[in-house]
Each structure stands twice: as structure tokens, then as C-alpha cells.
Write a protein that binds this ligand. Structure first.
Ligand code: ZN
Length: 183
């Protein structure tokens, strides 16, 4: 028993680790982006990260913006590079599934249908179904520009020009919403 016990723990840990990394293993796509005029070649994962809502314990805070740990590196670089260009970005990232349900109640209505099944486009403002938001994966950020709405600003144009270098893409109907898959 003395000898078996540690190996049982090791096997359990291995199983947990394997499960945790399955989504990453299944989507190993890496986008290597060469940026004109830049001395460095940037490599950021595209389409990686969790494929379902995550627990708060899998998230970290980057300059006040909570995101999934897989997005922390790219977001840190994005915010720093923006700041170097005089662009001050803030915003909100991760929200729990409970938060998403609260938003659906507020934006879509309080019936079971409104909360769980009504198409996002019928809510004001449009709000993804619980379980379907990239914010619940920690892979979306709603950006602000100097603490103000970003639509039509220099900040927005900077993100349009540079966001993809950091694996962030805009949802066209929402200038503030940027995620790892544009949804
Ligand atoms: Zn958003």
C-alpha cells in the first residue's frame, strides 16, 4: 500500500492533466504572423483555448481585464504595444455562466425561452445564449478607449490594424467585442 499510494496519485494527476489539455491538443493550429517593419516574428495561438465555459480558477487578470490563462500572454503584449503607440485600452473579459444568465434575463427577458433559447439577435443588446458566449470561455474582451466607448475611435482603428497579431478578431456588429474567433 505504501508503494501503491504515490503511483495512484500520479495516475490520477496524469488523467486530470490529460483531460485538461485535450482541447489544446485537438486544436494545435498556430498562426505565425510576420509584421512588416517589426524586428520580431510574433507567434500567437489562433483558435486555441477552451471550447466551453471555464471556471474562474482558469482565469487571470491582465491590467484589470480577466481572461482565460491561454489569452493572458497575447493580451499583455497587445495592451503594452497599444500603450507604446499612445492607445489606452481598458475593458471587460471573462464572465461566469451565472453572469451570462443574469445578462440574458436583463437583455432578453425572464422566461425560460428568453433565457435559454431566444436567438441572440432578438435580445437588446444582442446577448449570446448561456454556454455560447466567448466571454464565458475567457476568450473575448469588450474594449474601451480611455474608459469610453470605442466605436469610431483611434483605439478601434489600432485594434483593426493590429488585433490579429495577438489572435483577437472583431465581431463586426459590435465594435467593442474582440475574441479569439471573432464571435
Ligand atoms: Zn463582448
Amino acid at each position: 500500500m505504501r508503494q501503491l499510494f504515490p503511483s495512484a496519485i500520479l495516475m490520477a494527476l496524469t488523467a486530470v492533466t490529460t483531460i485538461a489539455f485535450v482541447p489544446v491538443i485537438l486544436t494545435p493550429t498556430l498562426a505565425v504572423v510576420e509584421v512588416a517593419g517589426s524586428p520580431t516574428e510574433l507567434t500567437y495561438p489562433t483558435g486555441s483555448g477552451p471550447s466551453a465555459p471555464v471556471a474562474p480558477s482558469e482565469t487571470v487578470v491582465v491590467n484589470g481585464i480577466r481572461v482565460h490563462e491561454s489569452l493572458a500572454g497575447p493580451l499583455t503584449a497587445l495592451l503594452a504595444d497599444a500603450r507604446a503607440d499612445g492607445i489606452v485600452l481598458g475593458g471587460w473579459g471573462y464572465r461566469s455562466s451565472a453572469d451570462q444568465i443574469r445578462l440574458r434575463r436583463a437583455h432578453c427577458g425572464s422566461s425560460e425561452y428568453a433565457i435559454w433559447r431566444m436567438p441572440s439577435s432578438q435580445c437588446r443588446p444582442p446577448t449570446a445564449r448561456p454556454g455560447a458566449s466567448m466571454h464565458e470561455r475567457g476568450l473575448a474582451v469588450d474594449f474601451t478607449c480611455n474608459g469610453r466607448p470605442i466605436a469610431g475611435t483611434r483605439c478601434f482603428r489600432w485594434l483593426q490594424a493590429n488585433g490579429a497579431r495577438y489572435g483577437l478578431y472583431n465581431l463586426q456588429s459590435e465594435p467593442w467585442h474582440w475574441s479569439t474567433n471573432g464571435r
